[in-house]
Design a binder for this molecule. Structure first.
Ligand code: SF4
Length: 158
């Protein structure tokens, strides 16, 4: 970030209690700049957020606030810059029950669980598919579909 003589600055706030580490903001931002960076290693996901944007980048901060699913981001205008250029949040990852690959943050999964309707919970095996990574989930659905087909065909031959 190149510092102009004075503001206004678009500050970038992330409410730590509301952020679930979902990567929606960092996935969008990598198309534009490395100011908002994501790293995943071992059991943790770390997202580094900038503290402020120059005014011409303000619309980017606003669009990040719009795509955040939990409303954790806000971007007020300020005349003074914060002391630090960036700050990081670290999230513990959950491992896939089948392949053991870390695939989502625990807070992300809790958030999704909280959004599922009773109908979805009743009609699906959600407690088990929620514990699978996307790859294993697709495999599990394919296996279930194959099993169903075999059962149907074997029933039709009797
Ligand atoms: S989009 Fe919001 S909840 Fe997701 S990582 Fe960014 S700040 Fe956190």
């Amino acid at each position: 970030m190149t510092a102009p003589e004075k503001g206004p600055w678009k500050l970038f706030f992330v409410d730590e209690d509301r952020c679930i580490g979902c990567r929606a903001c960092s996935s969008l931002w990598t198309e534009i700049s490395s100011a908002l960076a994501l790293s995943e290693g071992g059991p943790n996901r770390t997202i580094r957020f900038p503290q402020a944007f120059e005014e011409f980048e303000a619309r980017i901060a606003e669009s990040l606030a719009e795509i955040c699913p939990t409303g954790a981001i806000s971007a007020p205008l300020a005349d003074a810059l914060p002391g630090e250029e960036s700050f990081s949040l670290v999230f513990e990852m959950v491992r896939c029950r089948r392949c053991r690959t870390p695939f989502a943050t625990g807070r992300e999964l809790d958030y999704i669980r909280g959004k599922l309707t009773d109908e979805i919970k009743a009609e699906s095996s959600y407690p088990s598919w929620m514990d699978l990574c996307p790859t294993c989930r697709r495999s599990a659905f394919r296996e279930a579909a194959s099993r169903e087909l075999i059962v149907r065909r074997s029933g039709a031959r009797r």
